[in-house]
Ligand binder design. Structure first.
Ligand code: SF4
Length: 482
């Protein structure tokens, strides 16, 4: 099991290109890191929206025939990791419906925190839900809307939502992009010749040679059609709460999110980490790939050489045959291998971007010691993660977050390092630049910027995640991949 927060979803949309589905496929390829459970594309030729959705990776699902079955000049796509709702095909997106406003398809990144409340209301009024995805509530609100046209119906529907959402939506002749008023999740707008593109991260624009225009504004509903682009405001201005974890871990370093280069922010996190938690050492080693940018910054600031002392096998499939228990730590070894010539006899600073349960870090520290390291100092380029996320990120329940119930010294002992150091919250916010008050930091502070609509205990997802009893730390934890 991965000891990381799990990415959320990636969305992509394009209007005005005769190869819309093909470009959406490429866009999803660039966004694959944001979700690997299922993917889908819907496309319209102006008369009919067609869709292909499957479980699996983008390149497993879409071959020439699948793309050819999606003709047209408008398309949206989605790559999913389930944050609300089970992982199964019926929850894969885009969701496609036909209603009084015509056909509509929707792809969502985020988590609608009042989805259960809206769903209960709609069910009591006769609605029948087909999935347990929070996104389906938007579809029902849209279908029931009495508004005069699809754009007004969508604005009216979106305006009833609370939480985190970046949407790519299409009708048979329009592309719509919408973002929650807090701007939790990124959503960029770009141009490719005369075509318009929206996507979760700018790395998808780069892949198709599109140009970044601007971000879809928090609270904005952008309707793109043959008549041009129209911007609607669905919400009054609200306090911004961009997810700081996009910079820490989720987004690709070659993307710009929330107006900042992810690579620059992440490297800065490493520089500040070195300033705050410096230690005498011979070599800085990133835990690949997540720790690389921060390790570069750390090494630069600490003036200690950085070397790749752990090599990642990028070709490990999603499934591999587990060996007998007698081969210890196989799960880590299949993905990471230490370079003895770099580690033996050295005082090593191991840098990673985050520490969630601590189980994988413990195995890696052990592996680095076994390779001959004299000292191992673990450095984490964000603050201790103490509370779960409810805004579109799959996090373990609070009791599984090691920092929620253990002191720094207890964590150090558990992972087996000679020392441990985290970046402070101030350091994290310094690294994201002057607009520090525009970020959500709830997983480090337990201060949630968007209130939950019900008593927390009554909201199943919250009840599951907020259970307060700390789990005992496993001495010899079950095997799992990094
Ligand atoms: S709680 Fe953490 S992961 Fe969730 S939106 Fe806020 S910063 Fe991002």
């Amino acid at each position: 099991m991965s000891d990381k927060f799990r990415e959320e979803c990636g969305v992509f949309g394009i209007f005005g290109h005769r190869e819309a589905a093909n470009l959406t496929y490429l866009g999803l390829y660039a966004l694959q890191h944001r979700g690997q459970e299922s993917a889908g594309i819907s496309a319209s030729d102006g008369t009919l929206i067609r869709a292909v959705r499957e479980m699996g990776y983008v390149n497993d699902i879409f071959d020439h025939d699948a793309i050819s079955s999606l003709p047209g000049h408008v398309a949206i796509g989605h790559t999913r990791y389930s944050t609300a709702g089970e992982s199964k095909l019926s929850n894969a997106q885009p969701i496609l419906i036909d209603c009084v406003h015509g056909q509509m398809a929707i792809a969502h990144n985020g988590n609608i925190v009042n989805a259960s409340e809206i769903k209960d209301r709609l069910v009591s009024q006769g609605s029948i839900f087909q999935t347990n995805s929070d996104t389906e509530v938007v579809v029902h609100l849209y279908a029931r809307s009495q508004a005069a046209n699809f754009a007004e119906a969508l604005v009216e529907s979106v305006a009833q939502l609370t939480g985190a959402f970046s949407f790519a939506v299409m009708t048979k002749d329009h592309l719509i992009a919408a973002r929650d008023p807090h701007g939790f999740r990124p959503l960029a707008l770009g141009r490719l010749g005369d075509a318009w593109v929206v996507c979760s991260e700018t790395c998808a624009l780069d892949l198709i040679n599109a140009t970044y225009v601007r971000d879809v504004e928090p609270g904005e509903v952008l309707v793109i059609g043959a008549g041009g682009v129209r911007s609607h405001r669905a919400f009054p201005n609200a306090k911004l709460a961009h997810c700081v974890f996009e910079h820490v871990y989720f987004a690709r370093p070659d993307s710009e999110v929330f107006g900042q280069s992810v690579n620059e922010v992440r490297t800065n996190l490493g520089r500040l980490l070195a300033t705050q938690t410096g230690v005498s050492a011979d070599v800085v080693v990133p835990i690949p790939d997540s720790g690389v940018c921060a390790a570069i910054g750390y090494a630069e600031e600490a003036k200690i050489p950085m070397r790749f002392g752990l090599i990642r096998n990028h070709y490990v499939g999603r499934t591999f045959i587990e060996p007998a228990q007698s081969i210890r730590h196989f799960g880590v070894k299949v993905k990471l291998n230490p370079v003895k010539s770099i580690l033996a006899g050295q005082r090593v600073v191991l840098v990673d971007d985050s520490l969630v349960r601590g189980t994988t870090s413990r195995k890696i520290v052990k592996m680095v010691r076994a390779a001959g390291a004299k000292e191992v100092h673990l450095r984490i380029s964000c603050p201790p993660t103490v509370s779960p996320c409810f805004y579109g990120v799959d996090t373990p329940r609070r009791s599984e977050l090691i920092a929620s119930s253990h002191s720094l010294e207890e964590i150090r002992k558990y992972v087996g390092a000679d020392s441990i150091g985290y970046l402070s919250l101030d350091g994290l916010l310094d690294a994201v630049g002057p607009r520090r008050q525009h970020y959500c930091t709830s997983c480090y502070t337990e201060q949630y910027p968007v209130a939950f609509p019900r008593d927390e205990k009554a909201f199943l997802q919250l009840t599951l995640k907020l259970d307060g009893t700390p789990l005992p730390l496993p001495e010899e934890e079950p095997e799992g991949v990094v």
